[in-house]
Design a protein around this ligand. Structure first.
Ligand code: PHE
Length: 454
C-alpha cells in the first residue's frame, strides 16, 4: 500500500481531512471545474454539480472510505477480500489513474511554464497569442515547448515518488493549501471588480433550465468523481489508513465541503472574468490560462500575485499527481513483485508515452480528432471521466447495495460516530445512484454520439 498514505499517519480526524483534501483539491478544482462550468451554461452546471455533490458524491465517498477502513486494504484486495468474484472491480477502478495521470502531467507542465514566465518577470509576454503558440508547439524556443514542461512536471512527480519523500511534500502542502485558498479569495475579489464582471457573475450564478441537457449531467457527474477522487480506488486506499475511532460522516462532509468550496471559488475567480474580458466560454482546457493573465494584468502587483498563484497550483497538482502515480507504482511493486525503481521507471515510460499524445494533440497531432472535434486530451479526459468513472461507480453501488448489503457500510460508519444521513445513504447507494448514473451515462453517451439530442 502506498507509503505516502502511511506516512500521512492520519492522526485523528484533522489528519484524515487534510490528507484527503490534499488529494481531492487539485487541477480538477482549479483548472477543470471552471472551464466545464463556463462551457455548460454557468449557473445550470453549478446547481447540478452542488446537488450531485451533496447526494451522489457524499454517499459514494462514505462507501469508499468504509470499504477501505473495514477491510484495511487498498482497492485491489478490498473488493476481492469481501467477495472473491468481485475482485475485478478493484482492477477496473485502478485503470482510471493510469489514464488520468499522463494528461494530468501535461496540464501540470502548462502550470509550471506559467509560473516560470511570471517568476522571471515576463508577465507582458503572457498573452493569448502566447498561450496558443505554446500549446500548439508553434513557438521557436526550446523553453517554449509544452513537451519540455510536461517532462519537467513528470520528473518532479517521479522524483518525489522514487525518493519516497512524499512526506515532506504533504507537510509543505498542508501549509500551502490554506495560503492558496486565501489567494483564491483575493484574486476572486479583483476579478469580480473588473468592468463587465457583473454580467459574468449572473452567467455563473443564475441557472437557466434550458441549459440543462444530458451532456451537462454527464459532464457534471464525471467532474464530481474526478474532483472528489472517487471511482478510481484512491479513496478506498485512504480509508484503509483512517483510524477506527475517527467519525466517518463528519470527516467526509468536511472533505466534500472543502473540495466543492475550492471548485466554486475557482469558478468564481475565472468564469465572470471571461465574460468581462470578452473571451469565449467555450475555451475548454485553455480557459484558465487565457483568462487569468488578464485578471493579473488588472491587479496591482499582478505579476507577483500570478507567480505565487501558479506556484501554489503546482503544489496542489503535485500532491494529486503523486498520489495517482504512487497508486500505479504500488500495483507493479506488489503485484508484479518489482522494486520501487523498476516500477517507477515503467510507470514513467507509460506516462510519457500516453501523455505525449495529449501534449502534442493541440499542435502536431491536431489533425487527429475524436467525437465533436475533441483533441487527444479532451478524448482521454472524456473516456476516463465520462465513461469509466460512472461505470466503476455504478458497479460499486450494486456491489454494496445488493451483494454485501448497505449494513456493511452503515455499521462501519456507526462504529465511530453517528450516521445522521443513514436513510439518505441507503436509498442513494441502492437505488438513486446506480439508476441515476446509468440513465445519465446512457443518455449522455447517446447525445454525445449524436444519436439523440437531449
Ligand atoms: N481530485 C484531484 C483533482 O481534483 C484529482 C485526483 C484524483 C487526485 C485522484 C488524486 C487522486 O485534481
Amino acid at each position: 500500500m502506498s507509503e505516502s498514505n502511511k506516512s500521512v499517519g492520519f492522526t485523528g480526524r484533522l489528519g484524515f481531512i487534510l490528507a484527503m483534501a490534499g488529494s481531492a483539491v487539485g487541477l480538477g478544482n482549479l483548472w477543470r471545474f471552471p472551464y466545464l462550468a463556463a462551457e455548460y451554461g454557468g449557473g445550470a452546471f453549478i446547481l447540478i454539480y452542488v446537488i450531485l455533490a451533496i447526494t451522489f458524491g457524499f454517499s459514494m465517498m462514505i462507501a469508499e472510505v468504509c470499504i477501505g477502513r473495514k477491510t484495511g486494504k487498498s482497492c485491489f484486495e478490498a473488493f476481492g477480500s469481501i467477495n472473491e468474484k468481485w475482485k475485478w472491480v478493484g482492477w477496473l477502478a485502478a485503470l482510471v489513474p493510469a489514464i488520468i495521470v499522463p494528461y494530468y502531467c501535461v496540464i501540470g507542465g502548462w502550470v509550471t511554464k506559467y509560473f516560470v514566465e511570471y517568476a522571471t518577470g515576463n508577465a507582458a509576454g503572457v498573452t493569448d497569442a502566447f498561450f496558443t503558440g505554446f500549446i500548439t508547439c508553434d513557438l521557436p524556443g526550446v523553453f517554449d515547448s509544452p513537451v519540455l514542461w510536461f517532462l519537467v512536471f513528470v520528473a518532479l512527480v517521479a522524483a518525489v515518488v522514487v525518493a519516497g519523500v512524499d512526506k515532506g511534500i504533504e507537510r509543505v502542502s498542508k501549509i500551502l493549501m490554506p495560503i492558496l485558498f486565501i489567494l483564491l479569495i483575493i484574486i476572486t475579489i479583483f476579478s469580480l471588480t473588473m468592468d463587465g464582471a457583473v454580467e459574468g457573475l449572473k452567467y455563473y450564478l443564475i441557472p437557466h433550465i434550458e441549459d440543462v441537457s444530458a451532456k451537462t449531467l454527464l459532464a457534471a457527474v464525471g467532474q464530481l468523481f474526478y474532483s472528489m477522487s472517487l471511482a478510481m480506488g484512491i479513496t478506498i486506499t485512504y480509508g484503509a489508513y483512517m483510524k477506527k475511532d475517527v467519525a466517518v460522516e463528519k470527516s467526509v462532509r468536511n472533505v466534500s465541503m472543502i473540495d466543492t468550496g475550492v471548485a466554486l471559488l475557482a469558478g468564481l475567480m475565472i468564469v465572470p472574468a471571461v465574460v468581462a474580458i470578452g473571451g469565449s466560454v467555450n475555451s475548454g482546457p485553455g480557459l484558465m490560462f487565457v483568462t487569468l493573465p488578464h485578471v493579473f494584468d488588472a491587479m496591482p502587483a499582478g505579476e507577483f500575485v500570478a507567480a505565487a498563484f501558479f506556484l501554489l497550483v503546482i503544489f496542489a497538482a503535485l500532491t494529486s499527481a503523486i498520489s495517482l502515480m504512487e497508486a500505479l507504482v504500488y500495483v507493479l511493486m506488489e503485484k508484479a513483485k518489482m522494486n520501487r525503481y523498476v516500477a517507477s521507471a515503467i510507470v514513467v515510460v507509460g506516462i510519457v508515452a500516453l501523455g505525449m499524445l495529449s501534449c502534442l494533440g493541440f499542435g502536431p497531432l491536431s489533425n487527429i480528432t475524436f467525437i465533436d472535434g475533441q483533441t487527444f486530451l479532451d478524448f482521454i479526459d472524456f473516456i476516463s471521466n465520462s465513461i469509466m468513472m460512472p461505470i466503476v461507480a455504478i458497479v460499486t453501488c450494486i456491489f454494496i447495495g445488493f451483494v454485501v448489503g448497505t449494513k456493511f457500510i452503515t455499521d462501519e460508519v456507526e462504529s465511530s460516530g453517528p450516521f445522521k444521513a443513514k436513510k439518505l445513504f441507503v436509498i442513494m447507494i441502492k437505488w438513486v445512484c446506480p439508476i441515476g448514473l446509468f440513465l445519465i451515462l446512457l443518455t449522455g453517451l447517446l447525445s454525445v454520439f449524436g444519436v439523440m439530442t437531449l
